[in-house]
Design a protein around this ligand. Structure first.
Ligand SMILES: *Cc1c(COP(=O)(O)O)cnc(C)c1O
Length: 370
């Protein structure tokens, strides 16, 4: 391939459509602080994600931080949060930066989300919340997690950064947990360049989150200690332009996803499973290359693909618990996550990806398999 192919490529509207959308900003002169585009995007996104309360923020990481801070009821929360290390650094950083202590729960080897059977053993009197991740858009064991949280009186915040547009039996994935946080970053399925949102499923959070997003201000008074988490109008405008493109983008991803499934069916690599009742977003195409089962290593595929200008990603590797800033600091044994992180590779997938690239990737992996 002449052009370099990466795991993702940002969705962009037509240039003219974006220019048209932002024209009104030169008339209103309102560029940020929850302007007209911000309001409109909040409404439209709420409908699209089928959630009742949604707050836009500047990025997915701040969404997690604000969500964690809002659990505190006025005072900063302290204590432990049960989470998984098989995620982007952001999830663990948000916990630690909020003054909380992560406790690492293992994942299940099938869909790579938190193993709900291992949560209760990690709960102590210091535990305040569970923060699972809908990894690759795979839905966590939401019902089991809800049961545990109710019984143990814990809050649940989902990192739904990968889950945009995913539904469970017609229900938006953002409706699970007390709060669910999405990333609207340029590399994600839907983007506002940088951006994020918090879906609120319990009473009592909205005002706090709105205040934390805007220097602690409520009705003109500074009531809380807050920072700046506001999304500006140029970002919201990008979201307004990209949202109508989502259904077609999803269909294109689906074609690519199924082409990979077909092309890799006869190989020994493990493919991301389908979950019953789940409408997928086809955000990622992870494969697990277990050398014992496959007879080759992830690195063999990586090298072969890189020679052809195709750059898959070891995502997630290393585990957050293995990163230099966290190594050995927090409790929780995660042997399954360790193994998957050693073997997983995310292949390129985005709406405009040429099927010839998909076929070539499958061919290279098949050749290794022989
Ligand atoms: C992208 C991502 C984030 C952070 O979102 P940003 O919008 O980039 O700040 C958090 N968690 C996970 C799992 C992500 O993939």
């Amino acid at each position: 391939m002449d052009e370099k192919i990466y795991v993702t490529k940002s969705l962009l509207p037509k240039y003219e459509d974006y220019i048209e959308e932002i024209k009104s900003l030169w008339e209103s002169n309102i560029l940020t602080n929850m302007g007209a585009k911000h309001q409109l995007l909040e409404e439209k996104l709420g409908d699209y994600l089928k959630v009742s309360q949604l707050e836009l923020v500047v990025n997915g990481h701040i969404a997690l931080e604000l969500a964690l801070q809002s659990l505190g009821d006025g005072v900063p929360l302290s204590g432990e949060v049960i989470t998984s290390p098989f995620t982007f650094a952001s999830t663990t950083h948000a916990i630690v930066k909020s003054g909380l202590t992560p406790v690492f729960c293992d994942i299940n080897p099938v869909d790579f989300t938190m193993d709900s059977t291992k949560i209760e053993a990690l709960i102590t009197e210091r535990t305040v919340a569970i923060l699972p991740i809908h990894v690759y858009g795979n839905v966590c064991a939401v019902e089991e997690i809800e049961k545990i949280a109710k019984k143990q009186k814990l809050k649940v915040i989902y990192d739904a950064a990968h889950g945009f547009g995913v539904e469970v039996k017609g229900r938006g994935i953002g409706t699970f947990g007390d709060l669910s946080c999405f990333s609207l970053h340029a590399t994600k399925v839907f983007n506002t360049v940088e951006g994020g949102c918090i879906c609120i499923n319990q009473a009592g959070y909205t005002e706090k989150i709105q205040a934390y997003r805007n220097f602690g201000m409520e009705k003109g008074e500074v009531e809380e200690i807050g920072g700046n988490g506001k999304m500006h109008e140029l970002s919201a405008a990008m979201g307004l332009c990209n949202l109508p493109l989502m259904d077609e983008a999803r269909e294109k991803r689906k074609v690519i996803f199924e082409r990979y499934q077909e092309g890799l069916a006869s190989t020994s690599v493990q493919i991301n499973p389908e979950q019953t009742g789940v409408t997928r977003n086809f955000a990622y195409f992870p494969i697990v290359v277990n050398p014992v089962l496959c007879g080759f290593r992830r690195e063999d595929i990586l090298e072969a693909l890189e020679q052809e200008n195709i750059y898959p990603r070891k995502y997630f590797y290393p585990l957050t618990s293995q990163m230099n800033c966290y190594k050995g600091k927090y409790r929780g044994e995660t042997p399954v996550a360790e193994k998957i992180a050693q073997f997983v590779l995310c292949l390129p997938i985005y709406p405009s990806l040429d099927l010839a690239v998909v076929d070539r990737v499958c061919e290279i992996i098949s050749t290794q398999s022989k």
